[in-house]
Design a binder for this molecule. Structure first.
Ligand code: SF4
Length: 344
């Protein structure tokens, strides 16, 4: 059924499952993910490495390797209102390439490996505008210079003819942002956009992405392992663990009233400025289980201090605990907060 559950949504991911066939066995990367992006809103998808956050986002534009098998639906509302299931489109077909070229842009983790080292910045920025916006070479060049200026590159009319190796790491990430904007997108997917940058540049680049999102009224999916990064950047947060969403809610609810023990663990592991001298930053005990085996019960059970027998045998349902705040955990039952959960 290709119908959005909410007419305000630009994107809905439904029951997404992605597996990779490898020589060692089947990697269960995404085990039934659901999330939605309302038009003009931004969501943060947060979790440890290997939790499936990047794979689920890359599935939107079918940027999956050939050994991937998948099921579910990814519904995208196009400019004319038509709803398209991008997961059902051929990976190299015209339609998905049109969406990648015009509607959905990505900012990748590592700008040096995402930019072509043998083409000038002008060539790389202009390509999408010439192909998908019918601009002449001259028009695309002028727009490229404007975009470089917009993202804070000094001397843009000179630097547009340079190569990526002539730019610093922070400047390359700014070029990636300009390249994402050149497509005039409606949805921006930013995958750990500041991982390769030092701390001072991280703040600048995040601020720039936020400004661009507001200026162009973009919807955004920000993927990160760092809850601190999303705090001021997004409207909703989805917490992922072992290929599933375990909690989702408005930013204020996730920070003020975290429900899932994993979310609490993530929040406790953020260093605090007002912490006592010598106080250790807490960490979540144990490691993420292997993705070769999908656990029968709750994926977090082996690390959870509140795990009971039931947690190892059954998968907890999603429960709406308060307005737009859902959790998958047996501590919460039928919308009622159990006493032990309130004290957890
Ligand atoms: Fe912990 Fe059980 Fe909740 Fe999983 S379902 S987070 S193991 S209490």
């Amino acid at each position: 059924m290709n119908k959005m559950s909410n007419s305000n949504n630009l994107l809905e991911i439904r029951d997404l499952v992605v597996k990779f066939k490898t020589e060692e066995g089947i990697v269960n990367a995404v085990n039934g993910v659901n999330y939605s992006v309302p038009e003009g809103c931004s969501i943060g998808v947060v979790g440890e490495s290997g939790c499936g956050k990047t794979v689920s986002a890359y599935s939107i534009t079918r940027l999956l390797p050939k050994n991937a098998t998948f099921s579910g639906q990814i519904l995208y509302k196009e400019r004319n209102g038509k709803v398209t299931d991008t997961l059902a489109l051929p990976a190299e077909g015209k339609e998905i390439r049109r969406l990648r070229g015009r509607d959905i842009s990505m900012i990748f983790q590592e700008p040096m490996s995402s930019l072509s080292p043998v083409h000038t910045i002008n060539n790389q920025l202009s390509e999408a505008m010439i192909l998908f916006q019918n601009m002449s070479k001259q028009e695309a060049r002028e727009r490229s210079i404007e975009l470089l200026d917009l993202v804070g590159i000094p001397n843009p009319s000179r630097r547009v003819d340079e190569y990526p190796f002539q730019f610093s790491g922070g400047m390359r990430q700014r070029v990636m942002i300009a390249m994402a904007l050149a497509r005039n997108p409606r949805l921006l997917i930013a995958d750990e956009p500041t991982t390769a940058l030092d701390v001072t540049l991280q703040a600048q680049v995040l601020k720039l992405i936020q400004n661009m999102q507001n200026e162009f009224n973009l919807s955004m999916i920000l993927i990160t392992h760092d809850l601190g990064v999303v705090a001021h950047m997004v409207d909703y947060i989805y917490i992922m663990y072992l290929g599933r969403v375990v909690e989702r809610g408005k930013v204020v609810d996730i920070f003020d009233n975290p429900l899932h023990p994993y979310t609490k663990g993530l929040l406790n592991s953020i260093p605090k400025l007002k912490g006592k001298r010598g106080e250790r930053v807490s960490s979540i005990p144990g490691t993420v289980p292997s993705t070769y085996v999908v656990p029968v019960g709750c994926g977090f059970a082996a690390r959870c201090p509140y795990a009971k027998e039931q947690c190892f045998k059954e998968l907890p349902d999603r429960v709406l605990v308060e307005d737009e705040h859902e959790v998958s955990c047996f501590l919460f039952n039928g919308g009622e907060v159990k006493e032990d959960a309130a004290n957890a």
